[in-house]
Design a protein around this ligand. Structure first.
Ligand code: FDA
Length: 583
């Protein structure tokens, strides 16, 4: 047996969950090693829609510009078409990902960052590069084999796939970010609900310049309703932009009960030509892969010193574009807690809040994504094609939506209604930004959680209620504009107050010194470091000017105080001690 390598955190996997965990830990100065089985990052585009919550996280970590440089921007991703083929007739469109003028304000108001589209093949190298530059030891072609844990750490057996040699890494904590077939999760026997492989999909990547067909209705997704598009898969045939407008990925379903199909390059080319609707289209097939649609989530994410994140704990179809986003957000929740425990700033029980806070999210997003896939059936029902027995019948039924008859009118109304439901897949702003944590790392203030004023899946409602995400407002001075998020960076706790709450500053300084935890006070008001430029923060903060809002490193509200109490120091210290699970 060769030498034992030591680290604080070992991360298995360099996908969105693993590479972001490495970036977060390295940014916080925690020594870490990231191993990954293959010689490089993702080899197919996979996840791509990158929502505002994730973009804010990238902004926090100082890599938002790098991501945007490789991304297709917000305004080019949302003219989502439903059609019989790309060159064929349209059934309808939805403006997606906040691109509808009536929804755009919600997105602009909610966050300093807009969403965008960046395929995993472009995103992972950015995350790996920045993590490695900041300190991560990245080991490619290195496979996790097994582990044992004791009271002080974890011994992990790994295989160097180049040399064929095995060695041991001794780590204080282990993160299994090893994807939907996670071996780490299996080894700690995480409990799951739901099923794997409930439907079959094939991904076909190809190159074809179809700018003339799509450039005037720019979108990342073009949904195609054709014979076969209601079998398996993710609800309908999908032509997905990888790079505008000459690199694409088609997702096409197959009947998983019939076994795994053999898909030749010629078969793939035919699927492409059918969905594009150009029989002699010049197509270069660049890849074909098959995958199973899953509906499964872990109900607990940790065993002792071992944690799982990402697809290892939530397995679901790409509907709603939540896979990579949620994976990164898992790691954002976990990394600061590991850092706080490793630095002796928090009790080890803080780590239990990772499961308490993220397992409900896993359940929520798995359910949402699967429901969105299933809701495509409403469009098939509206068109009357859910029971069509032949391609000819299907074609005739789609055509009949044009009829000048009462049935034709009813069909048109039904199609409109079915399209409306797709907002729950493509404009689910509340799902993306409205996550609420309940755990010992959140201290309530005795008030009840505000009732949502609008549909909580479609609409995000800003609040400073303990456990929710910090509302964004632009504040600053005559030279610079900051988001409230910019003023609450990942490396510390931040306390927001106003001028009459100035006393919080001294209180926070004292508590910070006593606990050895950085708590920075931001006083917002005229003449202070930043002022409430548009008077938005005053409307969002939900506490009096002399009250305070305590923001955790991950930008979730840890605690708030409606007014300045007689003894702000004790009030803050009690809250922070509780959040950090300190004695
Ligand atoms: P991910 O699977 O990305 O990464 C796992 C990592 O673990 C890899 O680096 C792998 O090398 C490593 N690993 C595994 N076992 C290991 C071992 N024993 N030792 C060492 N390393 C090991 N999502 C979406 O939103 N839109 C989409 O269109 C698609 N399409 C899509 C297609 C295909 C074919 C797949 C497989 C997945 C998708 N997804 C998707 C899902 C999306 O890719 C997924 O949600 C994220 O990649 C999850 O990120 P993770 O980091 O959790 O796992």
């Amino acid at each position: 047996d060769s030498a034992v390598v030591e680290t604080d955190v070992l991360i298995v996997g360099s996908g969105p969950a693993g590479s972001s965990a490495a970036l977060f830990l390295s940014s916080l100065g925690v020594p870490n090693i990231m191993i990954t089985k293959y010689r490089w990052t993702a080899n197919t585009p996979r996840a791509h829609i990158t929502n505002q919550r994730t973009m804010e996280i990238f902004r926090d970590l100082g890599i938002e510009e790098q991501v945007l440089a490789d991304a297709t921007p917000h305004h080019m991703i949302g003219d989502t078409v439903f059609c019989t083929s790309i060159a064929g007739e349209e059934i309808g469109r939805i403006l997606t990902w906040g691109n509808h003028p009536a929804r755009h304000a919600d997105y602009e108001l909610a966050s300093p960052s807009l969403n965008c589209d960046i395929p995993q093949t472009y995103l992972e190298p950015i995350l790996v590069r920045n993590a490695t530059m900041r300190g991560t030891q990245t080991q490619f072609s290195t496979e996790y084999l097994s582990h044992t844990q004791d009271a002080d750490g974890v011994n992990v057996r790994v295989l160097n796939r180049l040399t064929g040699t095995e060695y041991t890494i001794r780590t204080k904590y282990l993160i299994g970010a090893d994807g939907a077939r996670s071996k780490v999760a299996a080894d700690i026997a995480l409990p799951y609900e739901g099923q794997m492989d409930i439907a079959g999909s094939m991904n076909i990547t190809f190159k074809a310049d179809i700018a003339a067909l799509v450039g005037h209705r720019p979108s990342v997704l073009y949904w195609v309703v054709q014979p076969g598009s209601n079998i398996g898969g993710i609800g309908a045939g999908l032509v997905r932009m990888v790079r505008p407008w000459n690199e694409w990925l088609i997702v096409w379903g197959f009947d998983i009960n019939e076994g795994t199909p053999e898909v030749s390059e010629e078969d793939a080319r035919q699927v492409v030509r059918n969905l594009i609707g150009v029989p002699d289209l010049d197509v270069e097939i660049t890849g074909i892969s098959l995958w199973g649609n899953n509906e499964q989530y872990a109900t607990h994410l940790q065993k002792g010193r071992v944690f799982c994140a990402g697809d290892a704990v939530h397995k679901h179809p790409p509907s709603n574009g939540l896979g990579s986003n949620t994976s990164i957000q898992d790691s954002y929740n976990l990394a600061w807690k590991l850092a706080a425990v490793l630095n002796g700033q928090a009790g080890v029980e803080l780590l239990e809040t990772y499961s308490a806070e993220r397992a409900p999210v896993a359940r929520q997003i798995v359910t949402r994504a699967n429901q969105s896939g299933r809701e495509f059936v409403k469009l098939f029902e509206a068109l009357g094609i859910d029971k069509a027995e032949s391609p000819e019948e299907m074609h005739a039924l789609i055509e009949s939506r044009k009829d000048n008859t009462p049935e034709g009118a009813a069909k048109r109304a039904a199609v409109q209604e079915a399209m409306e439901i797709k907002n729950y897949e493509f404009n689910a702003h509340g799902v993306e930004l409205g996550q609420h944590y309940a755990s010992t790392a959140v201290v309530g203030d005795g008030t009840a959680r505000p009732e949502p004023e609008r549909d909580p899946e479609l609409y995000y409602q800003p609040s400073t209620y303990p456990g929710v995400r910090l509302p964004h407002a632009w504040v600053g001075d005559n030279a610079t504009k900051y988001s409230t998020h910019d003023l609450a960076p990942y490396g510390r706790f931040t306390l927001f107050t106003g001028i009459t709450g100035a006393e919080w500053t001294t209180a926070a300084q004292k508590v910070s010194d006593q606990l050895g935890v950085t708590v920075e006070t931001v006083v917002i008001g005229p003449g202070q470091g930043v002022t409430d430029l548009y008077f938005d923060w005053a409307k969002l903060r939900e506490v009096a000017e002399d009250g305070a809002v305590l923001v955790r490193p991950d930008k979730h509200i840890g605690w708030r105080s409606d007014r300045l109490p007689e003894d702000p120091e004790t009030a803050l210290k009690t809250a922070l001690t509780s959040i950090l699970n300190r004695e």
